[in-house]
Design a protein. Structure first.
Length: 630
């Protein structure tokens, strides 16, 4: 029963999304009962939900509503019959796949009975809404949506109602993560509406907003910024703009600037959204803005400020939503980073991550893009904590969902990451196989994730460096760098990362002049964004080591002082990299026979490392060993 009522909840949510601006009292009552927070207050079965819908269409009293509704229902059906009729057809399609699976499942008798009720309910709706069906096949939701898309796009002279249907289907496809299909429909819908409605019409604004979000998610940032900025401009030209919609546009423009690492602009947009949402007393969307600000401050490494906003968001989310709402999963995922990198509570960080993952599985399904991204986050966490077997086990526990997603970019990214983890776990044959398989699969598919080709090759190179296969490692680094230089601006941050790896490899091979030249090449760049500064710091520390080994002690000390100041400038004075600086300063003092200073620096490094690093981390082991030698 509980499983079926969860499905009824999902159906209610879909109904609400399909009729965002066209719900009368009765439809809203049906939605409210289907989506009741307390599971006992929902429809007890799909049959009861079907009966209420039948009653509604027959203009009779529904069980979800006690007061008279005849007149409102009659008016609503006269005005909106086509929209309601079409929306319920789409609603059927979205849950059709569930029915096929439920009928085939080897479940308990009660669960089977409930599934049959749902099946009958949806089949009735399907037959009523699709009289042209020529076979008995129950189409999946995607089948029906794509069929509708093709028919709509083939209309020679589409009407305004066709454009509205296009927008509806496009919105649903967006939620199903079919972004390119959605974009085609939203663009066509917008084109038709611009020809038939005024430029400042509400539907134009809604369409532009949707298109801006699609382009943001597709990585088309310039187009997205232009569209979202146009939305804000159009709204502000109105005498009484929709404040909620204006806040929505500000919020998503802020999210776009976060993606492009224009953090000051992002904060400005989110503060605009927060100001409006406070006045509207919209706690759900206010929580969303708080979370977005928390993400930005995390990116800027202002972790205390980040934690403040994220916990504000979580408190509101947990009050306003049920426990498995995806927004709660999102903010828990974000908070896990804070607990790991600011509070150093690794148990809490892991629990937040796993809780978030279970929420995403329930909310989105195991094959959804967001769920797969969280898989990647969990694997990365285990990697940082040097819990390599846990990372490998988690990967294989969830590999079926990964492969079933058919998201090639995600698949090769996961395979490559696990390949590197295999190398760290001294399973070199498995490491090489994973890397080669990921590269082979990537060669057959378009790569849309930024820097993915470079990541696949640099991870393989890092795995080879662990095995002291330096020549092969250099070959893969060169491939990555060549591809990067051809496909990205010359000063892109991942290009600097690759050069840093080439310098590290040259240092490992004791080619100190070559390493030095690579490091100096990196330091010619002068960008101030955090990701760039991180690369400058790594290069500066590398130079300091080379200077020390060539007895250029003043240059080495200057380099380390510079690295320390850069870390402070990006608010990473408590980062593990600062412990590396302290350790290298200790090695410099030791080389100059200043043992007291060297020991003090080692103690400073150790104090940070025991708090931040796992016990088996080589940096921590090296510091402890150096202290024992005094």
């Amino acid at each position: 029963m509980a499983d079926t009522r969860r499905d009824i909840y999902a159906m209610g949510i879909l109904l609400e999304k399909l009729l965002p601006n066209n719900k009368n009292v009765e439809i809203q009552a049906i939605i409210n009962k289907a989506t009741a927070h307390d599971i006992e207050n929902r429809y007890s079965s799909a049959e009861n939900l079907r009966k209420d819908l039948d009653l509604y269409f027959n203009k009779q009293a529904i069980s979800a509503q006690t007061h008279s509704w005849w007149y409102l229902s009659k008016l609503f059906m006269q005005r909106r019959f086509v929209l309601v009729f079409f929306s319920f057809a789409i609603f059927l399609s979205l849950v059709g796949g569930y029915i096929v699976q439920a009928q085939q499942a080897k479940a308990a008798l009660i669960a089977q009975h409930e599934a049959e009720e749902v099946s009958q309910f949806l089949t009735d709706l399907f037959n009523a809404s699709n009289p042209d069906r020529s076979d008995d096949k129950i189409m999946t939701s995607l089948d029906l949506l794509l069929k509708a898309k093709s028919k709509l796009l083939s209309i020679k002279k589409p009407a305004l109602s066709d454009a509205r249907f296009m927008h509806t289907i496009g919105s649903i496809l967006t939620r199903m993560d079919k972004l390119n299909e959605a974009k085609t429909l939203i663009e066509k819908s917008l084109q038709i509406k611009k020809e038939q409605l005024g430029e400042n019409h509400q539907e134009i604004i809604v369409g532009l907003t949707q298109l801006g979000l699609l382009n943001k998610n597709l990585g088309l940032f310039e187009e997205s910024e232009e569209q979202l900025s146009s939305v804000i401009q159009l709204l502000r030209q109105q005498r009484n703009p929709d404040a909620s919609q204006l806040a929505y546009a500000y919020n998503h423009l802020g999210n776009l600037f976060t993606k492009t690492h224009e953090f000051d602009k992002a904060i400005e947009q989110h503060l605009q959204a927060i100001d409006i949402r406070k006045k509207l007393k919209d706690k759900k969307l206010l929580a969303d803005s708080y979370n977005n600000l928390g993400v930005i401050y995390h990116e800027r490494n202002e972790l205390e400020e980040s934690a403040k906003y994220m916990y504000l968001a979580l408190a509101l989310y947990e009050k306003e939503y049920h426990e498995f709402h995806p927004f709660i999963g999102i903010v828990k995922n974000n908070l896990s980073k804070i607990e790991e990198s600011f509070n150093y509570d690794f148990v809490k960080a892991e629990n937040l991550l796993l809780s978030s993952y279970h929420i995403f599985v329930k909310a989105y399904g195991p094959e959804h893009n967001n769920t797969l991204t969280l898989q990647s986050n969990i694997i990365a966490f285990y990697n940082r904590r040097m819990r390599y077997q846990d990372a490998i086990d988690f990967y294989y526990e969830n590999i079926d969902a990964l492969l079933a997603s058919h998201k090639t970019n995600k698949i090769v990214n996961h395979m490559s990451t696990i390949g590197m983890i295999f190398a760290k776990n001294n399973e070199f044959k498995k490491s090489t196989k994973n890397h080669l398989d990921s590269l082979e699969l990537a060669a057959k598919s378009p790569l849309t994730l930024q820097y993915l080709f470079e990541k696949l090759n640099t991870r393989f190179a890092r795995s080879l460096i662990i095995q002291s296969e330096f020549k092969q490692a250099n070959s893969y680094l060169s491939k990555a760098l060549e591809y990067n230089q051809k496909n990205h601006p010359s000063d892109n941050v991942f290009g600097l990362y690759i050069v840093n790896l080439k310098a590290y490899l040259a240092y490992k091979e004791k080619k100190y002049n070559e390493a030095k030249n690579y490091y100096l090449q990196i330091l010619k760049h002068k960008k101030t964004e955090t990701l760039y500064v991180v690369e400058y710091i790594d290069a500066t520390i590398g130079l300091a080591k080379i200077y020390r080994q060539s007895h250029e002690y003043n240059q080495s000390e200057n380099a380390l002082n510079n690295a320390e100041q850069q870390l402070i400038s990006i608010k990473r004075e408590n980062h593990k990299t600062m412990a590396i600086v302290y350790y290298q300063q200790a090695m410099l003092y030791q080389a100059q026979k200043q043992d007291d200073k060297a020991e003090k620096m080692l103690q400073k490094a150790l104090l940070m490392q025991v708090k931040i690093l796992p016990p088996q981390h080589p940096d921590l082991i090296a510091t402890k060993k150096a202290l024992k030698d005094f």
